[in-house]
Design a protein around this ligand. Structure first.
Ligand SMILES: *Cc1c(COP(=O)(O)O)cnc(C)c1O
Length: 379
């Protein structure tokens, strides 16, 4: 009797409960407690960034980034259409117009050439998404941004511990955002971080995170009462969540090793099937080292994907598609436009399928998934 193989299982390394108990016993559950500070410091050391703010989600971190870059009703923001809604929503909330552009066919990351074409006098920022934890072409993007005086925000939701030319993702743009949602490699259920690589933004970020007040300065004894100073919201994550998360950050090497083993088993096991059937897998450029966030297949077309997913489902394997291109969604049409030509975004989103990949996935289960895909293609 084969048990259902889910698409994801939230990561548990062991020891999370003890840390949460420790936080409860200490009697401080709101944010920025000892575990919150440990997570911030861990990220600051790992990335070599100016500051890491622990937030309730990556969505919250992106909203902070939109407030910090002042992408308002007069401004435009360039980003891929092939991304999660939060990438765009954060900026649409500020009233900015979104200019969606096409992705690179091989990596499904934003294409620097398309960014160049989409820049206007109103452009304020470029938001890049490191899809599947694989780095965008950051040198070209940073150069473009510098030439035009634009902010660069990395939506690094999937990309913690990945690198570009040896540099950690999240440490390259002016700002970046990570996610610790249960579908990500390292998690606390819901959580995120805003990374600041551009020091002048720190002071305002502190206020935005604390409901627009100077509470952070108050906590440090710099002012004798705190008050409303700026726009802001409730962007602090609870101590309980950071207690859970810190345990995973301490064991990040172990998590990576395990995920990479599964990713490699897919890549090797499916190499033959892919080559014989014109099916593509993830492409990892030479300058990028990835964190095994995702293994996907790009079938020849939409129909083949539907048949493959159906076949896998009948054999107790859950596989899932990914983004509906934002420019073709209801809100995407209202808040943005596609700039340039959509050569790959729609086509690839219709043929991509993600395979089960989670911490602790049994080797025999990975082999079983590979086998079923081979049977589907009758190799
Ligand atoms: C998961 C994800 C988000 C949202 O993260 P939350 O922590 O759930 O808010 C944003 N962008 C991308 C690219 C993601 O993969």
């Amino acid at each position: 009797m084969i048990q259902l193989i889910p698409f994801n299982r939230p990561c548990v390394v062991g020891g999370e409960e003890e840390y949460m108990q420790e936080a409860i016993s200490r009697g401080k559950l709101s944010g920025k407690g000892p575990f919150g500070k440990k997570c911030s410091r861990w990220l600051e050391d790992q990335l070599g960034c100016e500051r890491a703010f622990m937030t309730p989600s990556c969505t919250a971190a992106l909203e902070m980034a939109a407030l910090l870059t002042e992408a308002g009703p007069e401004g435009e923001v360039i980003m891929p259409s092939y991304t999660f809604v939060s990438t765009a929503n954060a900026f649409a909330l500020r009233g900015a117009a979104i200019r969606f552009v096409d992705v690179d066919e091989k990596t499904l990351n934003i294409d620097p050439e398309q960014i160049k074409q989409a820049i206007t006098r109103r452009t304020k920022a470029i938001v890049v998404v490191h899809y599947a934890g694989v780095a965008c072409e950051m040198d070209e993007i940073m150069k473009l941004a510098e030439e035009h005086g634009l902010w660069v925000i990395e939506d690094a939701a999937q990309a913690l511990t990945s690198t570009y030319k040896g540099r950690p993702l999240g440490a390259i743009g002016h700002l970046s955002a990570f996610s610790f949602h249960e579908t990500k490699n390292y998690t606390c259920g819901e959580g995120g971080a805003l990374i600041i690589n551009h020091a002048p933004l720190i002071e305002r970020a502190e206020m935005i995170q604390e409901k627009g007040t100077n509470r952070a300065q108050f906590s440090r004894g710099m002012v004798d009462k705190y008050s409303w100073r700026d726009l802001g919201s409730s962007y602090v994550i609870s101590e309980l969540n950071t207690a859970y998360l810190y345990r995973q950050l301490q064991n990040i090497g172990q998590i990576n090793k395990d995920r990479k083993k599964t990713w490699k088993a897919y890549a090797e096991g499916l190499e033959h099937v892919m080559a014989l059937n014109n099916v593509e897998g993830p492409h990892i450029p030479d300058e990028a080292e990835h964190n095994a966030h995702m293994f996907y297949l790009k079938c020849r077309n939409h129909n083949e994907r539907a048949e493959l997913m159906d076949y896998l489902k009948k054999n107790d394997i859950v596989s899932v598609p990914h983004y509906v291109p934002l420019h073709s969604s209801h809100a995407g049409k209202k808040y943005g436009v596609f700039a340039g030509e959509d050569l790959y975004t729609t086509k690839d989103s219709e043929r991509l399928v993600r395979l089960p990949l989670y911490y602790g996935m049994l080797e025999e289960d990975v082999r079983y998934v590979v086998k079923q895909i081979q049977l589907f293609y009758q190799v």
